[in-house]
Design a protein around this ligand. Structure first.
Ligand code: SF4
Length: 380
């Protein structure tokens, strides 16, 4: 008997318990690697009802049972560094506090030497993953991207998790090549996997409001499926709590779920709340809203995406720790460096391995360091 079975007995909301029962008690499913279209017991309407539910214990217990079933008790994390190679960007998204005009005093493009220096520092601190992302800068030559990857790979044994879909699309324009050819070229130069940034909410109504110059959701999907078809894994993100409706949040998760059915290339889903300081939008999310979205992500993605990441960067380690009881199984990276969320007013201090180990152990859970692809490197 799971906690969910116990808690549902105390709930008066029979409709919600029936919806959750369909996914939790539908027999043990381990679908992940067998792509099958007909396995989803929950649809858009079910998701909307879950979002309206204020019985957080019930949602959390269902998500926790599914987490246990699909990824076990192990809490994982990766040692990584985010390197943002440029803050010059022509997209000028309304939710972004990071970008600058080319002539701004603090606009920058990192030299490849500087990037190598930062990778060197990270590797000395034990990093196995380097996440490289930046603005859509029209003045960076295509050689820069390939050279950066090649030089890092030549000198260091790290996984290059680089260039989100809007950047891949931007680079493909510079190459005059298709998205698939672009990813192949970058892969040959050293790209290992692609971060799921630029997804925000996968719906063009929302994107028209918050990032009208950025690629639409179908292009985001095209980049991800092109990568997956080439055997290159990616993550998927969701930034919520700005202009989207509850229905659009659920649509986002279901669209990611549908994409996953094609090649099973998403390694993790990472929902996080919009941070509004220094941006042109207002943020609407609370801690409860965050935990609810983590739980609903786990519930709707059951059978498709094994890893749900808790966002300590936006929520702080205390809420991220609670998220581990609400469907999340991974704490993401230690992030030796982070600039984008920090620009939106969130105080940032990278996390030590000890803080992650402490957070997991206080929940009574085992903990391990992983690589980008969720292979376990070391258990603690
Ligand atoms: S979110 Fe990315 S694409 Fe949008 S303005 Fe910021 S750097 Fe540019």
């Amino acid at each position: 008997m799971t906690n969910f079975d116990i808690i549902k007995k105390l709930s008066y909301d029979t409709e919600i318990t029936e919806i959750l029962d369909r996914v939790v008690n539908n027999g043990t499913r381990e679908i992940y690697d067998n792509i099958n279209d007909g396995i989803d017991p929950l649809d858009l309407d079910d998701g909307k009802k879950l979002l309206k539910c204020y019985d957080l214990n019930l949602l959390g217990a269902a998500a926790d049972a599914l987490r246990k079933r699909s990824s076990g008790d192990l809490v994982t994390f990766v040692i990584d560094r985010n390197i943002n190679y440029t803050n010059i960007c022509i997209s000028k998204c309304k939710f972004c506090a990071f970008y600058r005009e080319a002539d701004a005093k603090d606009a920058y493009v990192l030299s490849i030497e500087k990037i190598l220096e930062k990778v060197d520092e990270a590797v000395k601190l034990g990093a196995t993953q380097i996440l490289i992302q930046g603005g859509l800068n029209p003045d960076i030559p295509i050689e820069y991207y390939e050279e950066t990857l090649k030089e890092v790979k030549k000198k260091f044994n790290v996984q290059m998790h680089a260039f989100s879909p809007p950047e891949i699309y931007h680079i493909s324009k510079l190459y005059g090549a298709s998205i698939k050819e672009t990813i192949s070229r970058l892969h040959k130069a050293g790209l290992d996997s692609i971060p799921g940034g630029g997804a925000e909410i996968l719906d063009d109504r929302v994107r028209e409001v918050v990032s009208p110059k950025k690629i639409g959701w179908k292009k985001w999907k095209e980049v991800m499926l092109a990568a997956h078809s080439l055997g290159i894994p990616t993550t998927a993100t969701m930034v919520f709590g700005h202009e989207e409706t509850p229905e659009e949040r659920i649509k986002h998760i279901i669209r990611v779920r549908d994409m996953q059915k094609q090649y099973h290339g998403f390694t993790a889903f990472i929902p996080w709340t919009f941070q509004s300081e220094n941006t042109g939008l207002n943020g609407t999310s609370t801690g409860i809203d965050y935990l609810k979205m983590v739980a609903i992500s786990r519930i709707l993605l059951d059978g498709h995406i094994k890893n749900i990441q808790a966002s300590w960067v936006t929520q702080g380690i205390d809420v991220a720790q609670i998220a581990l009881d609400f469907g999340a199984n991974d704490l993401g990276g230690t992030m030796i460096e982070e600039n984008v969320v920090r620009a939106a007013g969130v105080p940032f201090h990278s996390k030590s391995i000890d803080e992650f180990i402490h957070a997991a152990r206080k929940l009574g859970r085992p903990v391990a360091k992983r690589d980008t692809l969720y292979n376990i490197i070391e258990r603690y």
